[in-house]
Ligand binder design. Structure first.
Ligand code: GAR
Length: 204
């Protein structure tokens, strides 16, 4: 499945996806990586394995919608069938989502619907929850509000800082995101309205 990834920063989730692709356990072809940040390490990670990159810096466009239209054109030119957001820190507008005729997936570092938006780990610490985690979901027109594919809980420890909690969640993200993508690509994600059912592997 021809796949594009959008990432704004470090790109460790992108790296997890790239690693799973290269060891043959994730049947997608990442055909391009885009970023709104020209200095994103995610771009270097892609270039290191020969994947073409594109920068879509919002300030290069008259308005956000023009930036998103350009991303859509790039997707069409590359015949993209799946878009993965991997630490892409801009919310895609409703027009983008309506026009995207392919699934868009995102990973978020909380157990949604708790703590959507920025600084999810900080929000979790400030609220005082004892358990947080991460969520892979389909992207809809809301903020981190689309149908949930997979979630996994991670304990919040009393001595946690934002960084230590983020790191513990990130380790799970690196496993959960490729797994959710694999399920989708293998046709095991069945959506009925908001609810997503995961078809189980047949046991022989
Ligand atoms: C990850 O923790 C991801 O879940 C989060 O940003 C980090 C990106 O790290 N995404 C969001 O908060 C989206 N709302 P990475 O660049 O190393 O993959």
């Amino acid at each position: 499945m021809r796949t594009a990834v959008l990432a704004s920063g470090r790109g460790s989730n992108l790296q997890a996806l790239l690693d799973e692709c290269s060891n043959g356990s994730l049947p997608i072809e990442i055909v391009g990586v885009g970023s709104d940040q020209p200095g994103a390490a995610a771009l270097e990670r892609s270039q290191a394995v020969g994947i073409p990159t594109r920068v879509f810096q919002v300030s290069d466009y008259p308005h956000r919608q023009a930036q998103e239209e350009d991303i859509l054109i790039w997707m069409r030119e590359n015949r993209v069938e799946l878009l993965l957001l991997a630490g892409y820190m801009k919310v895609l507008g409703p027009q983008f989502i309506r026009q995207a005729n392919f699934p868009v997936m995102n990973i978020h570092p909380s157990l949604l619907p708790a703590f959507p938006g920025l600084h999810a780990q900080r929000q979790a610490l400030e609220y005082g929850v004892k358990v947080s985690g991460c969520t892979v979901h389909l992207v809809d027109e809301g903020l981190d509000s689309g149908p949930i594919i997979l979630q996994e809980a991670v304990p919040v420890l009393s001595e946690d800082t934002e960084e230590s909690l983020a790191q513990r969640i990130l380790e799970v993200e690196h496993r959960l995101y490729p797994e959710a993508v694999r399920l989708l690509v293998l046709g095991k994600v069945v959506r009925t309205g908001r609810r997503v059912q995961i078809l189980q592997q047949e046991v022989i």
